[in-house]
Design a protein around this ligand. Structure first.
Ligand code: LMR
Length: 398
């Protein structure tokens, strides 16, 4: 039976990790997968996470099952990190948060849930969007369409085109937005733009679905959820999938959540049974370790303070690198304007070079980035910035 299968190409993002590891060039640079890196190019475990792990190791008394919706204490505190205490209180039982196996697991869970609510739903994703959105949502059988988002010429959000498109989407369909730190382009929505999207969603009746994988890595923990909280406050329904992979550095522990707001307590109670059944059918229940760490950190004032400081350092480093890279590009005399990189947020920006130029960076210079020219800014450091800028100059001149 298995002879009929044909090999698939490597994943466009994960495949780069393997190529980078196999490259023996001492100058190689990894700007591929979105993981935070420090000045040494390492992705260390956060100190607050290490301390929490220590406590858990010593105090945990059972490994018994947690259930398809995960740990109640984790769900409560993650919901609070997302929405804040007062909004959480005012939403009451209209809101439910369910632990998921990472952001990907949360997205897949939400896709199953959407499918069970409306099997004809189309999910509208930004053009461009994260490469894995389409397989994750499409594998649940949902139709996918795109709305305009990023203008490659001006390096900014094509907001009027986006609004024009959203103004034609009706109820029963879903619009997926990036909560902050847009992946792959780094161009985020302003407060005014979030407000207009809220107005269009209210007028049109489509359901908004927010992917929030980078809370705390753009402008700050509170600042990065401006749009999410605005919509949670005002729309009758909302889906938010959040991830602890980046802001807690828990990548391999698969720690995330799906938060759902319905228009009544009763609707949320019914929806929760559907979400639990979908989780049970796919993976039974989410893994515990990462969630136990997050729960402990967020509920312990000293660990939380330490985590917040570490996250602030990560965010400041990324924002500093953006400015430093633009300065370096200018100082070596590259005539093209790359100042947009400093305006953009989070881990990613497009270099704005074509696929041949990307291939040249990968094959001739051992600089690994996604074909779209997306770079992980956190992969830049003092030791590689000169080589990166001069290689960029060389491919731009070629
Ligand atoms: C990325 O976009 O690089 C990250 O979100 C990692 C992934 O799973 O693709």
């Amino acid at each position: 039976m298995f002879q009929s299968l044909s090999a698939l190409p490597a994943d466009p993002i994960l495949g780069l990790m393997a190529s980078y590891r196999a490259d023996s060039n001492p100058n190689k640079i990894d700007l591929g997968i979105g993981v935070y890196k420090n000045e040494l190019g390492d992705t260390p475990i956060m100190t607050s996470v290490k301390k929490a792990e220590d406590i858990i190791l010593k105090s945990q008394t059972t490994k018994t099952y947690v259930g398809p919706t995960g740990a109640a204490d984790y769900n409560a505190i993650v919901g609070e990190l997302l929405l804040g205490k007062s909004l959480l209180e005012s939403l009451g039982k209209r809101r439910v948060t369910v632990q998921s196996p990472g952001g990907c697991g949360g997205l897949r869970l939400a896709a199953e849930f959407i499918k069970s609510a409306n099997s004809d739903a189309t999910v509208w994703v930004s053009n461009p969007t994260w490469a894995n959105h389409v397989p994750l949502l499409g594998s649940a059988g949902l139709k996918i369409e795109q709305y305009p988002y990023y203008d490659y010429a001006s390096h900014s959000v094509q907001f009027e085109e986006m609004i024009d498109c959203l103004s034609k989407i009706g109820s029963g369909d879903v619009v997926l937005l990036h909560g902050c730190c847009h992946n792959p382009c780094g161009a985020d929505l302003s407060h005014e733009q979030w407000q207009r999207i809220r107005d269009v969603a209210l007028q049109q009746g489509f359901t908004v679905f927010i992917d929030l994988a980078y809370q705390g890595l753009g402008d700050g923990l509170e600042e990065d959820v401006y749009g999410t909280r605005l919509l949670a406050e005002t729309l009758p329904e909302l889906i938010v999938v959040s991830s602890c992979s980046k802001n807690f550095g828990l990548y391999r522990e698969r720690t995330g959540a799906m938060t759902l707001i319905c228009d009544s307590d009763e609707a949320t109670a019914v929806a929760t049974t559907q979400i639990a059944a979908a989780a049970r059918a796919m993976y039974s229940m989410p893994p515990d370790h990462g969630a136990a760490i997050v729960q402990l950190i967020l509920n312990d004032s000293s660990l939380r303070q330490e985590w917040d400081a570490e996250l602030t350092e990560m965010r400041n480093r990324i924002n500093g690198l953006r400015a430093q890279f633009v300065k370096k590009i200018q100082s070596i005399g590259i005539p093209q304007d790359f100042s947009f990189i400093e305006r953009e947020k989070g881990m990613f920006s497009f270099l704005g070079v074509n696929v041949d130029q990307v291939q040249s960076l990968v094959n001739d210079y051992s600089i690994y980035l996604v074909n779209s020219s997306r770079i992980n800014v956190a992969g830049i450091n003092d030791a590689n910035i000169e080589y990166l800028a001069t290689s960029l100059a060389a491919i731009l001149k070629a």
